[in-house]
Design a protein around this ligand. Structure first.
Ligand code: PLP
Length: 421
């Protein structure tokens, strides 16, 4: 459920017509709904009701500071994967004890930044990382709270590029080696073991793989406790999927996920952390774009938009589907015809959809890509020297630009021509 609906024939974000924002900000732009973000956070928070828990928004899905402040004010923590994300979280007012640090390649600088700035825990992904973190923490006279990310060797049944829990994936340590590495961790003066971490992939559309992984985590918890470790926190990762196409079967909802967590892990008396990204922000955002041209090819029609793969990379990167809808509601019974929806970038990969059935559209018309709030703006680039796409946040009848479109001057000024040229 989201708050992007037609009213009087015009697509709105909450109470604001998206066409009004287009007139003010220009196209393309991303628009997010406060009510939808809030609703999705509460769904997860309530799903874990009764368990000691923290919902840590995986901010790689959407990292605008305004959105982080909104979620942080609701009580969310965040999962960060870089020093830049850590800095954004702090800029949004999120305290260190609600920030978890994930990622296979943390640098010493990032470790220092988080240790001195405050951190809930590092999710450590390898033995070499563990040793470096020990060294950095000891050097600062601190102890780093850690979980070890274990790889349960479970196929999440999702897209290859976003599957992370199989033994051929680069993430975590093999679960079979976990007890040895925990023993090593316990011997390091700069390390404090607090729990276990697992994250098996993204855009999962069934609970089975989660349940299989969490079953292994339950066993590992008992085994590690038997070895004398304090395991008081389980970080279960993110990954619950969303319906990208309106007619697709809907994936499980947070309440069902929460019930499964209770069933598999509730008896362990652990603090539970989850790291949803996509399900919190995906359907809370749209990308609005204008039709530039309708080009009749030999055997197909191309709808050429002013948005491109640099603004929304998912279709080019993962072959992902996004529903595309006109901002003016089509008349009932309007004839739909297949068109190829493309952007202006000089690559054939700059194709959003092939043979997509759309109602008649003409140059100047506006369209919205639905479900674009996660892994949308954060993956945008300035390829083809197209200015970074702006972001707008709506609450009720208010809307604000939360990241402005840079001017050409601002873009060019970042380049430096050496004096010797
Ligand atoms: C990407 C990622 C997430 C979020 O995944 P979603 O599918 O967006 O929920 C959570 N935790 C880790 C470690 C990740 O890499």
């Amino acid at each position: 459920m989201d708050h992007f609906l037609y009213r009087d024939g015009h697509l709105h974000a909450e109470d604001v017509p998206l066409a009004d924002i287009a007139a003010e900000v220009g196209t393309p732009f991303y628009c997010y709904s406060t009510a939808t973000l809030t609703r999705h956070f509460h769904l997860f928070d309530e799903a874990l009701d009764g368990l000691d828990h923290l919902v840590c928004f995986a901010m790689k899905a959407l990292s605008n500071v305004a959105v982080l402040k909104l979620l942080g004010d609701l009580g969310a923590g965040v999962d960060v994967v870089s020093g830049g994300e850590y800095a954004r979280a702090r800029a949004a007012g999120i305290p260190g004890d609600r920030i978890v640090f994930s990622g296979v390649g943390k640098t010493r600088e990032e470790m220092t930044q988080a240790l001195t700035g405050g951190i809930r825990q590092f999710n450590v992904e390898s033995e070499p990382e563990l040793l470096v973190l020990d060294e950095v923490a000891t050097g600062l006279g601190l102890r780093a709270p850690i979980t070890l990310r274990v790889n349960p060797d479970i196929d999440a049944g999702t897209h290859d590029k976003i599957s992370t829990g199989r033994k051929e994936d680069k993430f975590g340590v093999p679960i079979s080696r976990a007890r040895d590495i925990y023993a090593q961790a316990a011997s390091l003066p700069g390390i404090e073991v607090v729990g276990i971490d697992v994250h098996i992939g993204s855009q999962l559309t069934s609970l089975g793989p989660f349940e299989a992984a969490y079953g292994k985590i339950a066993e590992l918890t008992e085994a590690l406790r038997g070895d004398g470790h304090t395991i008081r926190r389980l970080d279960l990762g993110g990954g619950l999927g969303i319906p990208y196409a309106r007619d697709n079967q809907a994936p499980p909802v947070p309440a069902e996920y929460g019930a499964m967590v209770r069933r598999t892990l509730g008896h362990l008396d652990c603090e539970i952390e989850i790291e949803p990204g996509r399900l919190i922000s995906g359907n809370a955002g749209v990308l609005v774009s204008r039709v530039l041209y309708v080009k009749e090819g030999e055997d197909r029609t191309f709808l050429i938009l002013d948005a491109a793969m640099n603004d929304l990379a998912r279709p080019a990167m993962y072959g992902a589907h996004h529903d595309i809808v006109p901002l003016v509601e089509p008349a009932p019974g309007a004839l739909h015809a297949p068109v190829d929806v493309v952007g202006p970038v000089c690559e054939s990969g700059d194709t959003f959809a092939r043979a997509r059935d759309l109602p008649p559209l003409a140059p100047g018309d506006l369209v919205a890509f639905r479900s674009a709030g996660a892994y949308g703006a954060v993956m945008a680039s300035e390829y083809n020297s197209r200015p970074l796409v702006p972001e707008v946040l709506v609450r009720d009848d208010q809307s604000s630009v939360i990241r402005a479109r840079p001017t050409f001057d601002e873009m060019i000024k970042r380049d430096i021509v050496p004096s010797w040229l």
